[in-house]
Write a protein that binds this ligand. Structure first.
Ligand code: UT7
Length: 387
């Protein structure tokens, strides 16, 4: 029997702080006219000091699970796609696991820059189709503002922060994620990267002085690459899924630049009214852009049961990915009553209590003497040899 991976829940988190093009024109040599005409962006959101990749991922994930009516303990796997994780390690996904109380879930981060969400969706789908998981939480979360150089007008105006999440669930009903296509070209790695902070150039006074912990981008190269791969990847994914391009109901591209989106839509011959964009409000939120756009397309009533959706992303790596799916959740979505919301609130409060209790018991355990009095690792070497 074939198992299908359906998107059954969706959620987004957008920070409150709005930064307009006019705000940027006050702090750097740029203008609203330049940014709007070259990119289509009018404003973006930057995370506040209490917000981070993990907090936004958690908020988006909770909403997605609530909509799916799935308890956190039923989640088998959490994948967080991000280019600015909370830490190098532990993974942001583990922090999400703890915060939502996903007590039976594996968790890992996935690094594929702006294409990350499509990669994560593809991995989650494969886990479900191979029966290794029944419920997978796929999250794209980015605090790009923390790795943007305010002295670099080539990158600073383009990006914004936010998070989006979907819940994939195993179903027998045909549909859900029908096909994905992934691609990469590491020969273009230097065109979009954060040079320092990894094993090649660990953080040092010099790397900080040279501002190497910020995103560097060769905009023209990335533009050329994006216009080449975006349409092609979407077409390949449609062919793989057996979906003709004229059957596509909604095209949800990575929200990087309106000119790139228009070029891909033209290549695919998808009319403007079937293309969803929101980059004017949020800028490029990297791997969060597609799940946020999906959530907003749903909110705007643009997704219906049985609709065929195409999502396509591209970015650092260089990497790209496309996914084709058939929507399986009845629309419009029915809002929950107050009792359901209270119940969910209690579930997440309980997750906090649980986490605090485990931390406390771990600390208490560390105070107890080892069994038989001796710790094998601290036993003097000489004595060990005598034995
Ligand atoms: O998720 C993937 C992430 N990246 C992308 O998708 C980016 C892809 N690339 C692009 O979107 C575009 O290449 C940009 C928006 C980055 C640039 O647009 P462009 O039409 O390719 O501009 P350009 O690179 O040809 O630059 C034109 C001029 C340059 O000045 P000169 O050298 O011609 O004198 C830039 O210095 O515009 C200048 N410029 C700016 N001017 C005002 C660059 N950034 C700015 C700015 N404000 N913010």
């Amino acid at each position: 029997m074939t198992t299908y991976a359906h998107i059954v829940g969706w959620g987004k988190y957008i920070p409150e702080k709005v930064v307009t093009n006019h705000d940027l024109a006050k702090i750097m040599d740029t203008s609203d006219e330049w940014i709007k005409s070259r990119t289509g962006i009018s404003e973006r959101r930057f995370a506040g000091k209490d917000e981070s990749t993990a907090t936004m991922a958690i908020a988006a994930a909770q909403l997605a699970l609530d909509r799916a009516r799935i308890t956190p303990s039923a989640v088998d796997l959490i994948i967080v796609a991000t280019l600015c994780p909370e830490h190098v390690f532990p993974s942001t996904a583990c922090l999400v696991q703890d915060a939502i109380g996903a007590t039976h879930a594996g968790a890992y981060d996935l690094s594929a820059a702006c294409a990350g969400f499509i990669y994560a969706l593809s991995m989650g789908t494969a886990m479900i189709q191979s029966s290794m998981a029944k419920v997978v939480l796929v999250i794209g979360s980015e605090t790009v503002s923390r790795v943007l150089d305010v002295q670099d007008r080539n990158t600073y105006p383009l990006f914004g922060d936010g998070a989006g999440a979907v819940v994939l669930q195993a179903h027998e009903t045909p549909g859900g994620v029908l096909a994905t296509v992934l691609g990469s070209d590491g020969s273009g790695a230097e065109h979009l990267c954060i040079p320092a902070g990894g094993s090649k150039l660990p953080a040092s006074r010099e790397t900080v002085d040279q501002r190497l912990h910020y995103i560097k981008m060769n905009g023209r190269e990335v533009y050329r690459f994006a216009t080449r791969v975006m349409g092609r990847a979407a077409k390949q994914a449609c062919e793989k899924a057996g979906v003709a391009l004229n059957e596509v109901d909604l095209f949800i591209p990575h929200q990087a630049n309106i000119r790139i989106i228009e070029s891909a839509s033209k290549y695919l011959k998808i009319s403007e009214n079937k293309v969803f964009t929101n980059l004017n409000k949020y800028g490029n939120t990297s791997t969060a852009s597609i799940p946020i756009a999906l959530c907003e397309a749903i909110e705007a009533g643009r997704v219906h049961n049985k609709d065929k959706l195409v999502m396509v992303g591209f970015g650092g790596g260089l990497s790209w990915g496309a996914a084709v799916g058939q929507w399986g959740v009845p629309m419009p979505y029915k809002q929950h009553g107050w009792w359901y919301k209270s119940l969910r609130w209690m579930v997440y409060r309980w997750a906090r209590v649980r986490s605090a209790t485990i931390r406390l018991s771990r600390w208490l355990e560390s105070l107890l003497p080892e069994e038989n009095g001796a710790d094998p690792y601290t036993t003097p070497v000489k004595e060990k040899h005598k034995e």
